[in-house]
Write a protein that binds this ligand. Structure first.
Ligand code: HGA
Length: 610
C-alpha cells in the first residue's frame, strides 16, 4: 500500500525518488508527489493525481532539483483523490512531510493547530504532522527534537519522513505501525517504506523498529527508540533479486505470477520436504520444542491469506489432530477472545506488514499464546521479526495486487505445518505418506493444470457481460471457492459470492437464473456425491454452471453445464491445484473487460493501514 521514498545526497535526488516510486507502483495508489530542498534552500514540490508517469511528465516539463528530497505514492484514507491532498504536505514553506498510515486524532489536532494560527490546505490527516512539527520547531532548533515531541501527540499509525528548510543537512523519520527502512549508501543515505524502492542505489538496509525516530544525514544515521535512547539496529545485506520492470515477456505481472507457481512451489518445498516428511526446524530453531507442545492452532490473516488459513483448518483437524480456529485479523483484534491451552498463534501475510495482522500478533502475545509462527513471503518484515517462528514462502516478489503465487506457496507451507504438527499428535502413517507423496507431485500437477490456459481464456468470454456470479465448493474447496470469488471481484469488478454448496438451499438458490453463472470446484473427494446433489439443485432452477472437475468425477457437459477437466490429483493437494483455473478465469475476464489487472481500482498491495 502506498509508498515513501526519501534521499539525502550530494547529487540531485529527483530521479532516485521517481525510480523508487515506480518500483512501489505495484502496491496501488491514486496520486503521487515529490518535494526537494533546492540549491537556494527553498522547498519545491510537484504533485499529480493518477500514475507516477504523470508526475514524471510534469517534472520533465517543469524540472525541480535538489539533493535532499522526499516522495510519496498516496492511497487515500482521509480526503478525496485530489492534487491538494497528495503528499508531500507543507506547513508554511518550511516543513515538508510524507506519511503512510492514519493519524486517528487528526480532527482534534486540526482544531488545536488552527487555534495556533496554522492554515490547512488539504483534507488529510497527514497535514497535521507538518503543522505539529513546525509548531514544535518554535521551541527548539532541532528537527529531531521537534519530531520526537510531535509524534507523542499522534494516535494511530505512521511511517513518516520530515524535511525542514532550516535543517537542510538531515531528514528525520519516524515509525509506528507503518514500516520504514533506511538504505545506506556511500556519502548518501535513503529511506523508504520498502527496500524494493532502493535496490538500484543500495543493498544495505536498517529496518526501523516500532517507536523509532531517526536522524539521517548524508554520512550519518542516528536512531532513537521510543524512550529517546540512542540505539544501534543491525545492518542487513539484502538478497532480494528483483527487477520490478521485468514482466518476463508476459502481458501483466499477474499472468507472469500465475505461471511462476510450479517453480515457486517447487522452491518452497525444496530442502524442506524429504521422502519421509519435514523436519520441524524448517519453522525455526525453536520449533522442535514449541511445536511438540501445540494442542490448538489459532490462525489470523486477512483477504487471500485468510482463505489459505481457512483451508489449513481442514487439513490440521483432519490429519494433524489439532483443533484450529481461523479468524480475520481486524475482527480478532477488537474482541475479547479465549486462549486455549498450548495454543500456537499462526499469522499469514504476503508482505509481513499487514497492519491488522501485525496488531493481532502483538495482541496475541499479550493474551498469552504459547508461541507465534508466521507464514510470510518477505524476509525481515515486521511479522517475521516479531514472531517466535517463521516459515518463509519462496514466492519471490509478488507485484500484481491480486495475490496468486503468494497464496499457493502459503498453502504449501501450511500443508508442511500439518505434517510437522501431525508428527507430534499421532498422524496416521498412511496420511503422512499420502501428504508427502502428494506434495512431491504438486509442482508437476500445477504445470499440467496451466496447460488448460487456452480453454479457460475461451471460457472467459462467457462471463464478460455478466454482473454477478456464484462460486461453490464443499469442504476444503469452500475456501478455494471464496478465493476464486475474491479474485474475480478484485480484478474484473464483477460481483462474485462464494458459498459452501450445502448452504445453497438456505438462501442463495433464490438468486439462480440464467444471468448468474455458477462456478463449481469439484475434485474427486469424499464430498463429491453431496456436491453433485447441489449441482442438480442449481440445474433444476435453470442455472448455468461451469464445473472444474476431476475426470473421474464423471461430470458431462450439456446445455446448462460446461465441464473443464483438471488432472487427477490426490484430494489433499486439490485445493492448491484447483486455485489455478480460478485465477486464470479472473485474469482473462479482466482482460476482456479492459480493467487495470495489476493495479485494480481502489485496491493496494501490502495493506499497511488499518
Ligand atoms: N492517511 C493519509 C495517508 C494514507 C496512506 O498511507 N497513503 O499512502 C492520507 O489519506 O493521505
Amino acid at each position: 500500500m502506498c509508498g515513501i521514498v526519501g534521499a539525502i545526497a550530494e547529487r540531485n535526488v529527483v530521479s532516485i525518488l521517481l525510480e523508487g516510486l515506480k518500483r512501489l507502483e505495484y502496491r496501488g495508489y491514486d496520486s503521487a508527489g515529490v518535494a526537494v530542498l533546492d540549491a537556494q534552500g527553498q522547498l519545491q514540490r510537484v504533485r499529480r493525481t493518477g500514475k507516477v508517469q504523470e508526475l514524471a511528465d510534469a517534472l520533465a516539463d517543469n524540472p525541480i532539483k535538489g539533493s535532499t528530497g522526499i516522495a510519496h505514492t498516496r492511497w487515500a484514507t482521509h480526503g478525496g483523490v485530489t492534487e491538494a491532498n497528495a503528499h508531500p504536505h507543507f506547513s508554511t514553506a518550511r516543513v515538508a512531510v510524507v506519511h503512510n498510515g492514519i493519524i486517528e486524532n487528526y480532527q482534534s489536532l486540526r482544531e488545536q493547530l488552527r487555534a495556533e494560527g496554522f492554515h490547512f490546505s488539504s483534507d488529510t490527516d497527514t497535514e497535521t504532522i507538518a503543522h505539529q512539527v513546525e509548531l514544535e520547531l518554535k521551541s527548539t532548533d532541532s528537527l529531531l527534537t521537534a519530531v520526537q515531541r510531535a509524534v507523542k501527540k499522534f494516535h494511530g499509525a505512521y511511517g513518516t519522513v520530515v524535511i525542514d528548510q532550516q535543517n537542510p543537512d538531515s531528514m528525520v523519520v519516524a515509525r509506528s505501525g507503518s514500516p520504514l527502512v533506511i538504505g545506506l549508501g556511500i556519502d548518501e543515505n535513503f529511506i523508504a517504506s520498502d527496500q524494493l524502492a532502493l535496490l538500484p542505489v543500495t543493498r544495505r538496509f536498517i529496518f526501523l523498529e516500532e517507536g523509532d525516530v531517526a536522524r539521517i544525514s548524508r554520512t550519518e544515521v542516528h536512531i532513537f527508540d521510543q524512550d529517546g535512547n540512542e540505539v544501534l539496529r543491525p545492518v542487513h545485506d539484502s538478497e532480494i533479486e528483483h527487477d520490478a520492470g521485468d514482466k518476463g515477456g508476459y502481458r501483466h505481472y499477474m499472468l507472469k505470477e500465475i505461471h511462476e507457481q510450479p517453480t515457486v512451489v517447487r522452491n518452497t518445498l525444496q530442502d524442506r520436504l524429504t521422502q519421509s516428511g519435514v523436519d520441524p526446524r524448517i519453522f525455526g530453531a525453536l520449533a522442535p520444542d514449541l511445536l511438540a507442545k501445540v494442542k490448538h492452532v489459532q490462525i489470523i490473516a486477512c483477504g487471500t491469506s485468510y482463505h489459505s488459513g481457512m483451508t489449513a483448518r481442514y487439513w490440521l483437524e483432519q490429519y494433524a489432530n489439532v483443533s484450529c480456529n481461523v479468524e480475520i485479523a481486524s475482527e480478532f483484534r477488537y474482541r475479547k477472545s479465549f486462549v486455549h491451552p498450548n495454543s500456537l498463534l499462526v499469522t499469514i501475510s504476503q508482505s509481513g506488514e499487514t497492519a491488522d495482522t501485525l496488531a493481532a500478533l502483538r495482541l496475541g502475545k499479550e493474551l498469552g499464546y504459547m508461541a507465534s509462527l508466521t507464514i510470510c513471503n518477505v524476509p525481515g518484515s515486521s511479522l517475521v521479526r516479531e514472531s517466535d517462528l517463521a516459515f518463509m514462502t519462496l514466492a519471490g516478489a509478488e507485484i500484481g495486487v491480486a495475490s496468486t503465487k503468494a497464496f499457493t506457496t502459503q498453502l504449501t507451507g501450511l500443508l508442511m505445518l500439518t505434517l510437522a504438527l501431525g508428527q507430534f499428535n499421532g498422524m496416521a502413517d498412511n496420511d503422512q505418506q499420502k501428504i508427502v507423496g502428494a506434495l512431491h507431485s504438486l509442482p508437476a500437477k500445477l504445470e499440467e493444470t496451466l496447460a488448460l490456459t487456452g480453454n479457460i481464456e475461451k471460457l472467459a468470454e462467457e462471463f464478460a457481460d455478466k454482473h454477478h456470479s456464484l462460486f461453490l465448493g464443499r469442504g476444503d474447496q469452500y475456501p478455494i471457492a471464496m478465493e476464486g470469488a475474491l479474485k474475480l471481484k478484485e480484478i474484473s469488478y464483477i460481483h462474485a459470492e462464494a458459498y459452501a454448496s450445502g448452504e445453497l438451499k438456505h438462501g442463495p438458490l433464490a438468486l439462480i437464473d440464467d444471468e448468474m453463472p455458477v462456478i463449481v470446484v469439484a475434485p474427486n473427494n469424499e464430498l463429491l456425491e453431496k456436491l453433485k446433489s447441489n449441482v442438480e439443485e442449481v440445474r433444476a432452477r435453470g442455472g448455468i454452471m461451469y464445473v472444474f472437475a476431476d475426470k473421474d468425477a464423471r461430470f458431462e457437459s450439456d446445455a446448462t453445464m460446461r465441464v473443464i477437466n483438471l488432472p487427477h490429483v490426490d484430494s489433499v493437494i486439490a485445493p492448491i491445484v484447483y486455485t489455478l483455473p480460478l485465477q486464470l478465469l479472473s485474469y482473462y475476464v479482466a482482460i476482456i473487460k479492459g480493467t487495470d489487472v495489476d493495479q485494480p481500482r481502489n485496491l493496494a498491495k501490502s495493506v499497511t493501514v488499518e
